[in-house]
Design a protein around this ligand. Structure first.
Ligand SMILES: [Cu+2]
Length: 492
């Protein structure tokens, strides 16, 4: 069964079981604010991150077995400033080998935290991570080859907000947890006892893991938050293993101000955004006039047709209410939206000297994948999916890039929608499956959607990634990545 057919069947089941309606009728829980560790004031000791086994209540009363980073589920929001070097001590107490990859950071391969920087149980990994790039929303998560999907799903993920002089002086809401919120969006499955579950089957390998329950910052949606009167900023991360999410507002358009790697030149208003796993966007919500507004999330957002149809049946058409913001009488950020957010210029193809092509390969198909899943005990290992006909191999370098060269990378697949990620850089999207790039995605990115037809990105690598610490490029459907839809490259 392909992804579309699978989504159709699960979508139909959700409607038949009434679970969609149940969500809508539940009263909203308070939005959890992930504890923020603000490192901008200075760093006088090593920064401890403990990967640990724990238990967490997602809001249904059950104590689900989880992983966390310093916390019971997920990690802290780290706020850092351009120019700092972050001396991490990442200690592994999950009784399984892991890694922590800094997704979105422009850093050398030896501190990137990819599959070559394994942290064995009980060991500590101590990279010094330089923050060179501009203000941007980044994240960190397990990148343990063959186990990235399971470990990230269980909770090994956190957010890193990079600020710079421009972002700190920008006329934008920036009071964390008051008018500036970080939202980690995930889809989960819960069993009959309410425990978070994750079962791998051939179908899961083929489609990626698709949960039926939306969770934000570790709490089951819908959620509610009161905010002061004025503009409110939402920093959004799609941390699902495989689900694309279509986001919109109950009232009015979405106002997008930033993509993964920084601010857009000016705000873009759009009816909705389609977020792949791994993508980040920042949006503003204006609660100057409105009493309240809600973020809507379409859980089947990767194929507008069937989802739009289901939404239509149950009213709204934009998906489920994920988070309702209601204003209080207190005045918050009452400035208006800045006309200019950054000096970002259009992408310049003139320096391009190298063009590389990557074709994503889904491998042998569902039945064989199911057999492999059973035989291999839920670990795809070195995998059966691939890129350019080859599954990921830890000891094979697939591409060699010269530092400082500007390149075009063309990515394609003859299949469903996949999200493609490149380590160690931000890039600009030139075209997306053969079509123009939506205005809201024309900023600095490290994720691109790939479907039928070529997606092209303009990219330059400025840091070293040697043979023993190469960068990765891969599908960010984590089960596809674990199954081999990943390659390695050096930058020298
Ligand atoms: Cu994929």
């Amino acid at each position: 069964m392909n992804r579309r057919a699978f989504l159709k069947s699960t979508g139909a089941f959700a409607v038949a079981a009434g679970s969609g309606l149940a969500w809508a009728q539940q009263s909203a829980r308070p939005l959890p604010i992930i504890p923020m560790t603000d490192l901008m004031g200075g760093i006088d000791q090593r920064i401890g991150l403990e990967l640990k086994k724990s238990a967490h209540d997602f809001g249904n009363g059950a104590a689900s077995a989880t992983y966390g980073i310093n916390h019971n589920y997920l990690g802290p929001v780290l706020r850092v400033k351009q120019g700092q070097t972050l001396p991490f001590d990442v200690v592994n107490r999950i009784e399984d080998t892991s890694t922590i990859h800094w997704h979105g950071l422009h850093i050398p391969g030896d501190v990137d935290g990819g599959p070559h920087q394994e942290i064995k149980p009980g060991e500590t990994w101590s990279p010094n991570v330089p923050i060179v790039q501009q203000a941007s929303m980044n994240w960190f998560h397990s990148h343990m080859h063959g186990k990235t999907a399971q470990q990230t799903y269980k909770g090994l993920a956190g957010v890193m907000l990079v600020e710079d002089d421009a972002s700190l002086s920008a006329d934008l809401p920036k009071t964390y947890g008051v008018d500036d919120f970080t939202l980690v969006l995930q889809d989960k499955m819960f069993d009959g006892q309410g425990n978070m579950s994750y079962t791998l089957t051939g179908e899961v390998f083929e489609d990626g893991f698709i949960g039926d329950t939306l969770v934000i910052n570790g709490a089951i949606a819908p959620l509610a938050q009161s905010v002061p009167t004025g503009l409110v900023r939402l920093r959004l991360l799609n941390a699902c293993n495989a689900r694309f999410l279509k986001l919109s507002m109950a009232t009015g358009p979405l106002t997008v101000i930033a993509t993964e790697g920084g601010f857009l030149p000016s705000a873009v208003q759009t009816d909705s955004i389609l977020m792949s796993p791994g993508e980040r966007y920042e949006v503003l919500v204006d609660l100057t006039q409105l009493e309240s507004n809600s973020l809507l999330v379409d859980l089947d957002g990767d194929n507008g047709g069937i989802l739009g149809m289901l939404g239509g049946i149950f009213g709204g058409g934009g998906g489920m209410t994920a988070l309702t913001l209601s204003r209080t009488a207190e005045r918050g950020f009452t400035g208006s939206l800045p006309n200019r957010l950054s000096n970002l210029a259009p992408p310049d193809r003139r320096p391009v000297t190298v063009t590389r092509s990557f074709v994503l390969d889904m491998g042998p198909g569902g039945e064989k994948l199911a057999a492999l899943a059973a035989a291999w005990g839920n670990v795809c290992g070195d995998g059966v999916m691939g890129i350019n006909g080859q599954p990921m191999k830890m000891d094979r370098i697939d591409e060699k890039v010269r530092k400082g060269d500007t390149e075009i990378w063309r990515i394609s697949v003859d299949d469903q929608l996949h999200p493609f990620h490149i380590h160690g850089c931000s890039f600009r999207i030139l075209s997306q499956h053969g079509a123009d790039v939506p205005a809201y995605a024309q900023g600095w990115k490290d994720m691109v959607h790939v479907e039928n037809g070529w997606s092209e990105v303009l990219v330059k690598f400025d840091y070293n990634a040697p043979v023993n610490a190469p960068y990765m490029y891969h599908c960010h459907i984590l089960e596809h990545e674990d199954c081999g839809m990943m390659g390695q490259f050096t930058v020298t």
